[in-house]
Ligand binder design. Structure first.
Ligand SMILES: Cc1cc2nc3c(=O)[nH]c(=O)nc-3n(C[C@H](O)[C@H](O)[C@H](O)COP(=O)(O)OP(=O)(O)OC[C@H]3O[C@@H](n4cnc5c(N)ncnc54)[C@H](O)[C@@H]3O)c2cc1C
Length: 498
């Protein structure tokens, strides 16, 4: 493990391990509890695999009643809980705690209701992202947010991380496509938010829960919006001499009022790694590659493609291919979608960063990133959701070489500081987890962070759900003035309390 510290395991809880495991086995009988070293080993890390930590015990509930009983027990007995979906988080969100229960939600794997009339699907949280589309494609529908990990990641994990994908530019992130949730709070209370209807009553708690990284409750059911598949979708593969020229083209496409279904960019290193991996004819000599997808009625797509082509040529495009079949369109995307595994083949290890910048800052940020690459002596391949300004620099390193992980982390931290410096934010879609936790003060003041923790305290006053993630410093809820009692008197005793 390198520079990121996790809360020290509580010896008092560890000394009660036998009793805790026995209680869990009663609540989740059969094969629902894993407490052997060998059985728990697969849960010791997630997609942020530079960090590992064995859990105290793993529990795999199958029913909402079991989730509720386990959480209530943990709340009453002061035991920490880390919810987990498929374990693909790139920010260490599902990293276990040595004195905590790891709650895997992967037995919640059923699509419960397909409702074409309301354009909604109700599913359990362990269903994969792609599983939702697979369940409805025979009706001509699909689920729009499409993380590259969609074959594996769970819809519950998507909610917790507010995940996005190449089609989020036009169709939004998870938060724009979730209609309802069932969640269990740490007290065991089951709550329902939203539903198949378009608007909810009261405060928008659905938005609060989306992206809450397993800190506020455990998702046990989701209702998501599905969309009708567009009549036509075609993609253009455009090569540019430099990322700056590609970035300028992106700005002009958006400035012309065109919102492509997806608009992704890769730099020279990423183009070549991806081409080695999938062999679909990416222009190896290009300094940057732009994939622009237009979707909708055929006539509209043809018209917009012609406009995109003209803008690309004006910005010095060196190559341009437009897909002529569905197979070719999917092949164009295959390289981009497998960019991470492609890099994994070339370099023993890589860190995938995730920061967001205003689109206009792209050329400046790319130039500074090249300087940072030299400063830290590590290569960096760039893939990014160009239309959204969401960057995914992949920092290549070798964990077996002493000091390289630390250098990679310093490089990554410099990139994220740069994102904030140019007016952007620390994350786009991978969450804060432990990866960006200690950088939160770069973006938020002490008061901002305390305010955010007050929300956490309202749902989880003992801070038992996924502690050590997101917040760089844990204040006790009492310190944040959640309910301060002095000499038996609450402050403002004249204010009615509910
Ligand atoms: C190769 C690769 C490519 C990727 N590409 C993308 C991409 O394009 N876009 C993108 O957004 N992300 C991407 N990711 C990151 C990752 O897939 C997403 O963050 C995904 O949403 C995580 O889902 P999961 O089921 O694996 O969740 P996990 O990794 O298991 O958990 C992630 C977080 O969600 C919480 N959580 C999980 N399930 C629940 C639940 N039921 N209730 C409450 N909290 C829960 C956990 O506590 C944790 O904080 C990629 C990852 C990999 C490895």
């Amino acid at each position: 493990m390198s520079g990121i510290a996790m809360p020290r395991p509580d010896e008092a809880v560890l000394s009660r391990r036998g009793e805790i495991v026995r209680a869990l086995k009663e609540m989740v009988p059969g094969e629902g509890v894993i407490d052997t070293d060998i059985g728990m080993r697969v849960y010791e890390t997630d997609g942020f695999n530079a960090y590992r930590q064995m859990p105290m015990v793993v529990v795999l509930p199958e029913t909402v009643e079991q989730v509720s009983a386990v959480l209530r027990y943990c709340h009453e007995n002061g035991v920490k809980v880390v919810p987990r979906g498929a374990g693909t988080s790139l920010s260490g969100g599902a990293l276990p705690l040595g004195d905590g229960v790891l709650m895997s939600m992967m037995k919640f794997n059923k699509v419960l209701d397909i409702d074409a009339a309301n354009r909604a699907v109700v599913a359990q949280p362990g269903v994969t992202n792609l599983g939702i589309t697979r369940a409805v494609e025979h009706l001509g529908f699909y689920y729009a947010p499409d993380p590259s990990s969609q074959i594996a990641c769970s819809i519950g994990g998507n909610i917790a991380e507010n995940s996005g994908g190449v089609h989020s530019l036009k169709y939004g992130l998870t938060t724009n496509n979730v209609l309802g949730l069932e969640m269990v709070l740490i007290t065991g209370e089951v709550i329902r938010l939203g539903g198949k209807h378009l608007d909810s009553e009261g405060y928008d708690l659905l938005a609060l829960m989306t992206g809450s990284e397993g800190l506020l409750g455990v998702v046990t059911e989701v209702t998501v919006r599905i969309l009708q598949k567009p009549e036509t979708a075609r993609a253009a593969l455009v090569g540019f001499p430099s990322s700056e020229a590609g970035g300028q083209c992106v700005a002009e496409i958006i400035g012309a009022g065109i919102i492509p279904g997806g608009m992704e960019m890769m730099d020279e290193l990423a183009i070549n790694f991806a081409e080695d991996f999938v062999n679909v004819g990416y222009p190896r000599e290009a300094g940057a590659l732009l994939i622009v997808e237009l979707d909708g009625p055929e006539a509209e797509v043809d018209h917009l493609l012609a406009e995109v082509e003209a803008i690309a040529r004006r910005n010095g495009a060196t190559s341009l291919r437009v897909s002529t079949s569905e197979e070719e369109r999917l092949a164009f995307w295959a390289g981009r979608k497998s960019a991470f595994p492609a890099v994994g083949r070339i370099s023993p290890d890589y860190l995938c960063m995730d920061g967001t910048i205003p689109r206009r800052a792209l050329p400046q940020v790319l130039a500074r990133m090249r300087e940072l690459s030299e400063k830290h002596g590590l290569r960096c391949a760039n893939v990014f959701h160009a239309g959204d300004g969401n960057l995914h620099p992949l920092i290549l390193y070798d964990a077996n070489k002493p000091g390289e992980l630390e250098r990679a982390e310093d490089f990554g931290a410099d990139i994220l500081r740069l994102c904030v410096e140019v007016g952007g934010v620390l994350t786009g879609e991978h969450g804060v987890g432990i990866e960006k936790r200690d950088l939160m003060p770069v973006m938020f003041s002490e008061d901002d962070l305390k305010q955010q923790q007050r929300v956490k305290c309202a749902f989880d006053p003992k801070q038992l759900l996924n502690p050590g993630k997101v917040f760089p410093e844990l204040h006790r809820c009492a310190e944040l003035g959640r309910m301060h009692v002095s000499k038996g008197q609450l402050p403002f005793p004249d204010i009615p309390r509910f």
